[in-house]
Ligand binder design. Structure first.
Ligand SMILES: CCCCC/C=C\C/C=C\C/C=C\C/C=C\CCCC(=O)SCCNC(=O)CCNC(=O)[C@H](O)C(C)(C)COP(=O)(O)OP(=O)(O)OC[C@H]1O[C@@H](n2cnc3c(N)ncnc32)[C@H](O)[C@@H]1OP(=O)(O)O
Length: 198
């Protein structure tokens, strides 16, 4: 079966009139580890006990690279990665494009094509890039390859992220966690660097 190339729907395709994404002048240089946006994040948080702890690095343009090793506790079938977990890895990588644009955003829509099974111990090489910006909407897509950075594409995703104010992260969550986040000076510093008024 020939799987159509992403973006797979109009919702994740930049519309006519979308602007080309622009790398923020203060975006990290290519190869720099982006670090975690929140230490308890399931995708990237170093303090999360069973999270993915993804290491995501800046690309040359409005793009990022990540490597994700599939481990025992990521299984869905015998010796195979769970698809939802792979989607999480794609979501986290796509979300990190915010550091390249200096925009705080959340996933509005995420579409995923699973093209090949991904075995435990495989390294998923993910490359994500922004494809367009239209108002508060950020369009992006990603590919995950196995068997090396130039190996076959095992998973593809396209997404629409929506720019939000930082209040998004300080109004909807569990109050105790919001308070702890607000008390973290490093987190506040990083978050404020993205502060804009969408
Ligand atoms: C102090 C602590 C700070 C911590 C954070 C700090 C910094 C963060 C910065 C960088 C982050 C770096 C790395 C992040 C990496 C990964 C993170 C993983 C990402 C996630 O895992 S994040 C969790 C899952 N995510 C949600 O929890 C969202 C729940 N949701 C909402 O919060 C709202 O739903 C929202 C905000 C999405 C929109 O709400 P809204 O009221 O603001 O805006 P509105 O509805 O008007 O939408 C505006 C335009 O987007 C279109 N649109 C919206 N949704 C659409 C959809 N689904 N499909 C097609 N189009 C859609 C509309 O059609 C309209 O389009 P138009 O402008 O053309 O009319």
């Amino acid at each position: 079966m020939t799987v159509p190339r992403t973006p797979t729907s109009n919702f994740t395709t930049p519309p006519a009139g979308a602007a080309a994404p622009v790398r923020h002048p203060d975006a990290p240089t290519a190869g720099t580890a982006l670090g975690s946006h929140y230490s308890h994040c399931f995708g990237c948080g170093p303090q999360h006990g069973s999270g993915l702890r993804m290491d995501i690095r800046a690309g040359e343009g409005v793009d990022v690279h990540a490597e994700f090793t599939v481990k025992d506790n990521h299984q869905g079938g015998p010796g195979l990665a769970h698809g939802g977990l792979l989607t999480t890895a794609m979501d986290e990588t796509l979300g990190s494009l915010g550091w390249m644009l200096h925009i705080a955003s959340v996933t509005g829509r995420l579409e995923t094509d699973f093209l090949q099974p991904v075995p435990v111990d495989a390294v998923l090489h993910i490359h994500a890039r922004a494809t367009g910006v239209h108002g508060r909407k950020i369009y992006c897509e990603a590919e995950g390859r196995i068997g090396g950075a130039d190996g076959p594409v095992a998973i593809r995703a396209s997404a629409l992220f929506v720019q939000v104010k930082l209040e998004h992260f300080t109004t909807h969550g569990r109050p105790a966690d919001i308070k702890a986040a607000k008390d973290d000076p490093d987190l506040l510093k990083r978050a404020r660097a993205l502060e804009v008024n969408p």
